[in-house]
Write a protein that binds this ligand. Structure first.
Ligand SMILES: Nc1ncnc2c1ncn2[C@@H]1O[C@H](COP(=O)(O)OP(=O)(O)OP(=O)(O)O)[C@@H](O)[C@H]1O
Ligand SMILES: [Mg+2]
Length: 587
């Protein structure tokens, strides 16, 4: 009883996972159904060929009559031709449907991936993302297509072949079927056996990819620190793990096919032994026997390979399971039910008793209270690691705060439509990411309806004019992946140009001028002053010269607001942090 229940569970696992993929098959169901239906004739035609061997044997070999069976070779050729054509069609349709499904799943996963909040990416590495969001889909869909056709064909071929067996001799058929079910026995529990190995394999596969990504992104560090051997050693170790897992997998599953092969040989031996006896006693004709044997060999041959096939089916099912786990998960930062849109112009931003920690154990910001009026500039200064970037990243909701609330125009940002919220804020980050492509593409960032004047203005305001005019291709110059082909300061100015073009009412500048020389800084400062006009600005800077004109200066030390005031107020303060910072920098 328990065993039956377990088997039921196993088969429901298969059905459950195939069911999940059904919505993706739906748009292509006609082709999918045709592909499935074709497998019926493909599968059954094997049986026809076996069936024809009986009259052929009995009439030609036993009765020695040739004329009566001249049609048989012709029919075999015709059937095979038909079967091959159908096979081609089935492969074509299956691949078509499978690739379409794979694309749809990948698109859905990609959209999901981009909807995740920053902490999702903080916790993972690039290899894992590539593996889970890309390779798993290939494993799942390729496995699904290849195996579905194979299995469907085999099921129909098996049914037809079993009919041929029964037609020729029911006694031998019973023996053959009992042996067949014994041979299938090792397939039981296969999922349980490979589950933990699969998990580790996925993990190591992801690690392999991360090595490649780091070899690419970190190539300069690797070269300058002579890390080739070190990196290569780490890579070897990971590959060794993958190898060990592969071997373990074979140890657990590789014996299946040989065992099935062995059991099946016993079946054939039994049939030949008992069959000879049945022929001798006249219960079946030699034609029956040959036809039976042919059908039996056709039935058994795929079963021998079933062990390995079944293994790959399980792997693709597990990949499907992982994919749907990802699809079912949802980002924790998303629109609330009654999310509202922000007005075009805002009046104020307020942080009220805000506390936030990247992990539960430590708070990076504690009890922050500050009101920022629209159109004013707030400068954040303080120790490195003090929480300035964190403070700024809470406003566009890269992370959600743990306590307190942040409001814009009195509305809690958690209730503001995310798209609208982020449209209102332009961020120039401490380390800006540039996409591979041209300077222009990196400035307009997919915005349509941007006029050339607007682009030129942004370029001019970000002090990029001189640099771009020197380039052969101007705005259309390629900047390389992550902007490797241009300098740090140029990257920063491209990021500033982006912010100009976005024309958002709130601007966050996180060390936006840190990679600029003194001359450029003075120029960019002018540009930033332009950018700040009529806008609400949060500016983070180490160089106090860039913040002295701010309406409010906030000193954030070790996660807390230590001082708040204008430049003039803060320099006056005896033993003030800002005052001492200022004095130190003046010197
Ligand atoms: N993604 C993250 N996950 C976990 N901890 C983080 C993350 N980003 C920053 N931290 C930690 O949070 C604290 C505040 O970091 P933050 O980047 O806000 O400092 P900062 O004031 O901007 O420093 P700096 O002036 O050096 O840029 C630091 O202790 C930092 O290690
Ligand atoms: Mg910072």
């Amino acid at each position: 009883m328990l065993k039956i229940m377990k088997n039921k569970l196993a088969s429901s696992y298969v059905i459950q996972n195939y069911k999940k993929i059904l919505p993706f098959v739906k748009p292509y169901w006609v082709r999918a159904v045709i592909a499935m239906l074709i497998t019926i004739p493909i599968g059954s035609m094997d049986a026809l060929i076996a069936l024809m061997l009986k009259p052929y044997m009995d009439i030609v070999l036993v009765e020695k009559s040739v004329e009566a069976t001249v049609y048989i070779p012709i029919l075999i050729i015709v059937f095979s031709l038909f079967q091959s054509s159908l096979n081609y069609l089935a492969t074509y349709l299956n691949t078509w449907v499978g690739r379409k499904i794979a694309n749809d799943v990948k698109i859905k996963l990609f959209d999901k991936l981009m909807s995740y909040e920053a902490s999702f990416f903080d916790k993972r590495n690039s290899g894992e993302i590539q593996y889970r969001f890309n390779n798993d889909v290939d494993t799942a869909c390729n496995g699904l297509i290849a195996n579905l056709k194979k299995f469907a064909t085999r099921i129909f071929s098996s049914i037809a072949l079993i009919c041929v067996l029964l037609y020729n001799s029911w006694q031998l058929a019973i023996i053959a079927l009992i042996v067949m079910f014994c041979a299938l026995y090792p397939l039981k529990n296969i999922r349980k056996r490979i589950k933990d190995i699969m998990k580790k394999t996925v993990f190591s596969g992801a690690k392999v990819m991360t090595h490649f990504n780091e070899a690419f992104s970190g190539n300069r560090v690797i070269t300058s620190y002579n890390l080739k051997n070190y990196q290569s050693k780490k890579f070897k170790e990971t590959l060794q793990t993958v190898f060990t897992l592969g071997i373990k997998m074979v140890q657990r599953t590789g014996l299946m096919s040989p065992i099935m092969h062995f059991i099946i040989s016993i079946g054939i031996a039994l049939v030949i032994w008992y069959g000879s006896y049945l022929i001798a006693s006249g219960e079946i004709t030699p034609g029956n026997f040959v036809s039976f044997l042919a059908a039996l060999l056709m039935l058994y041959t795929p079963i021998k390979a079933l062990g390995n096939d079944f293994n790959s089916v399980m792997m693709s099912l597990m990949a499907i399971e992982r994919i749907f786990k990802l699809l079912e998960d949802s980002p924790s930062i998303k629109n609330s039910e009654n999310a509202v849109k922000l007005d075009e112009n805002i009046t104020s931003i307020e942080y009220q008793n805000v506390s936030f920690g990247y992990s539960k154990s430590t708070l990076s910001l504690k009890n922050i209270n500050i009101k920022i009026d629209a159109g004013t500039t707030v400068a954040l200064v303080g120790n490195s690691g003090g929480g300035k970037s964190t403070f700024a990243s809470l406003l566009p909701r890269f992370y959600d705060i743990d306590e307190g609330k942040i409001t814009i125009d009195g509305k809690n940002i958690k209730d503001i439509d995310l798209y609208s919220l982020r449209e209102h804020i332009a961020v120039v980050f401490q380390d800006n990411f540039l996409f591979s492509g041209t300077i222009k593409e990196n400035i307009i960032l997919g915005r349509e309806n941007v006029s050339q004047e607007e682009i030129d203005l942004a370029v001019k305001s970000a002090c990029l004019e001189e640099f771009i005019s020197e380039l052969e291709d101007g705005l259309d110059s390629q900047i390389g992946e992550r902007g490797v082909l241009i300098s740090g300061g140029q990257k920063q100015r491209i990021a500033i140009a982006r912010a100009f073009l976005k024309n958002a009412p709130v601007v966050i500048l996180d060390e936006a001028t840190s990679a600029l020389d003194n001359k450029s800084e003075a120029v960019v400062q002018q540009a930033i002053d332009n950018l700040m006009k009529n806008r609400t600005v949060i500016v983070i800077a180490h160089r106090l010269s860039t913040v002295r004109n701010a309406d409010k200066i906030v000193v954030i030390n070790y996660g807390q607001i230590a001082e708040i005031g204008t430049h003039d107020e803060l320099v006056e303060k005896a033993n003030g942090i800002y005052a001492s910072l200022y004095k130190a920098q003046l010197r």
